[in-house]
Design a protein around this ligand. Structure first.
Ligand SMILES: Cc1cc2nc3c(=O)[nH]c(=O)nc-3n(C[C@H](O)[C@H](O)[C@H](O)COP(=O)(O)O)c2cc1C
Length: 545
């Protein structure tokens, strides 16, 4: 009976994979058939001419968010759209259509020049999808030769990241430094007391199901007498002129900091939220690279190769990034109140629950601040690749024959691992070791001839090399992140290992595996591909779009 349930579950999984693959290939076709439709409307492709091209830094690390955006524009990776009526959810619908047509990795970043919110047109530019293709991650972490080849850029970034690890296998760290307020762009405008009105800035309501507008890309800074500093990206529901929610989920480091303060009998906690920080500070704020009690800003310094510059807040002693676009300072109450619902990263509406809220004491910002919206659960949110690389480096020590690992954005919780398989049982064994990662639910193990970043190749391996029985293992219960909507209980999940490596005879596989047809063609008639490459432009010259 138990086995029957397992088999049913696996059959559903395969069906899902096929659907997923079908969608991907449809998207690719649509993208090429209707190329440039967005550009025909009120949209414009950003280009080097718009900024000062000669000053643009081709690769990172970038000092500010603006430097990163200038580099994206110079690469033609920012689509400018003059007006977006967000009261009609135009921005949200646009990103869905864009991703359907162009795919997650090849869609550009977006700049909405003017946005309508609560019946009012607002001029501050709102950016989105700034952490799109793998070449943009490569730029952030300083890969020298940037190309548009997604798999190549993913691997180049992981390779580059290995140079940020010290001899003991730890990420390099550099302590931040404090700078004078006069040197901090985030202090160009200072708003305090009765002048504070958070509502006047262009925060989006992404979906009619969201309870309201959200500040959803803020790095929340807190300090604790014992644990030091913590920085985490937690969404903040806009609740009033001087009031926002602050939403560290249960178990998050920020949540634990609040718990500690409550136990010490504190009524409120000083908190500051930094918006529009450089992409590395933002990435560190969004990942679990720093353990509880470690300072995310030291990790950011390690990746930047120099200390992060911090400046003192106006209303507390907290230190925040001097180069941020905006800082929101305030007191977070130990009381909790309703927060949400909000469309979460898994692409589902989360439930309303109790969480903290902040009484805003001051807002400081750069002149003409720019804003970034996260279309949570739709677009990629941050360049957290050091997190995946960290898992890869750790697993590599335990699985020496592991070759590559990939977490596709389109399927959170799915991890693909390739191995050089020599002996029976190594596929399942690799999956068992990897299944300790709390961010994974479905582990697909493939041979090293499969490109883990190419989902079509991965699905081909699953459909042709995997036998649900016996090449699978279900782990009935394991620790997990809290918001996967399929979990029967918060923070607990079951997991599955799909061994899609070629099964050896002792595992029930054939004595000899047939060659893959494409590989045979590449080996026996390499000139066929050369011929087609030479004539490629000619084949397409009369193609009408
Ligand atoms: C755009 C974005 C929004 C996020 N929103 C939340 C959130 O509302 N609550 C939460 O607990 N984690 C959220 N996360 C994930 C956390 O930022 C991430 O787990 C981080 O490691 C938390 O910091 P901590 O480890 O110091 O708690 C978000 C991440 C991103 C990129």
């Amino acid at each position: 009976m138990k086995r029957k349930a397992q088999v049913n579950c696996l059959i559903s999984l395969i069906a899902l994979f096929f659907l997923f693959s079908y969608n991907l290939s449809c998207s690719a076709e649509k993208g090429s058939a209707e190329k440039g439709s967005a550009e025909k409307g009120s949209a414009e492709k950003g280009s080097a001419e718009k900024g000062s091209a000669e000053k643009v830094q081709q690769t990172g690390p970038y000092e500010t968010l603006r430097d990163y955006i200038a580099a994206l524009e110079a690469r033609g990776k920012i689509l400018r759209i003059k007006e977006v009526d967000q009261d009609k959810y135009e921005g949200t619908a646009f990103v869905y259509r864009m991703l359907d047509e162009k795919g997650v990795d090849t869609s550009p970043g977006l700049m909405f020049e003017k946005v309508k919110i609560d019946g009012e047109w607002r001029d501050n530019p709102m950016y989105a999808n700034l952490y799109c293709g793998w070449e943009t991650a490569a730029m952030v972490y300083g890969v020298e030769d940037i190309t548009e080849n997604q798999g190549e850029m993913y691997r180049a970034t992981v390779k580059k990241l290995s140079s940020y690890v010290d001899e003991g296998g730890q990420w390099k760290k550099i302590k931040p430094v404090e700078v004078d307020k006069s040197k901090a762009p985030c202090k160009e405008v200072i708003i305090k007391g009765d002048d504070v009105d958070i509502l006047k800035f262009p925060w989006f309501k992404n979906n009619p199901g969201d309870v309201g507008r959200y500040i959803n890309t803020g790095a929340v800074f807190m300090e604790d007498p014992k644990m030091g500093r913590n920085v985490g990206t937690y969404r903040c529901q806009v609740k009033g002129k001087k009031k926002i929610g602050v939403n560290p989920e249960m178990g998050q480091h920020g949540w634990l900091f609040m718990l500690h303060a409550k136990r010490r009998g504190e009524k409120v906690k000083q908190v500051a939220i930094a918006l529009g920080t450089d992409p590395i500070v933002y990435a560190m704020s969004s990942t679990k690279l720093a353990d509880f009690g470690e300072d995310e800003m030291e990790f950011a310094g390690g990746f930047k190769g120099k200390p992060v510059e911090l400046v003192k807040c106006e209303t507390s002693d907290l230190l925040v990034p001097a180069n941020a676009e905006m800082i929101i300072e305030g007191e977070v109450s130990m009381d909790v109140e309703d927060e949400g619902p909000y469309g979460e990263m898994y692409g589902y509406m989360g439930k309303q629950h109790k969480n903290f809220y902040m009484d805003i004491k001051a807002i400081t910002h750069r002149k003409n601040p720019i804003f970034v919206n996260s279309f949570t659960g739709v677009t990629k949110t941050s360049h957290m690749i050091p997190w995946s690389a960290s898992s890869f480096f750790k697993l590599k020590k335990l699985i020496p024959n592991m070759v590559d690992m990939y977490d596709p954005h389109e399927a959170i919780g799915l991890k693909v691992i390739s191995i050089k398989k020599r002996f029976p049982g190594q596929g399942i064994a690799a999956g068992q070791i990897a299944s300790g990662l709390p961010t994974g639910k479905i582990f697909i193990i493939v041979d090293d001839d499969v490109d883990v970043t190419n989902i079509t190749e991965v699905l081909h391996a699953v459909s042709t090399r995997w036998q649900p029985h016996p090449a699978s293992l279900i782990i009935p219960q394991a620790a997990s992140f809290a918001i996967d909507p399929s979990m029967p209980q918060r923070m607990l999940t079951s997991k599955i290992i799909i061994d899609a490596t070629r099964q050896l005879p002792p595992e029930g596989g054939p004595k000899k595996w047939s060659p893959v047809s494409r590989v045979l063609l590449e080996e026996k008639a390499p000139e066929s591909f050369e011929l087609v490459n030479e004539k490629w432009a000619e084949y397409w010259k009369n193609w009408e779009e």
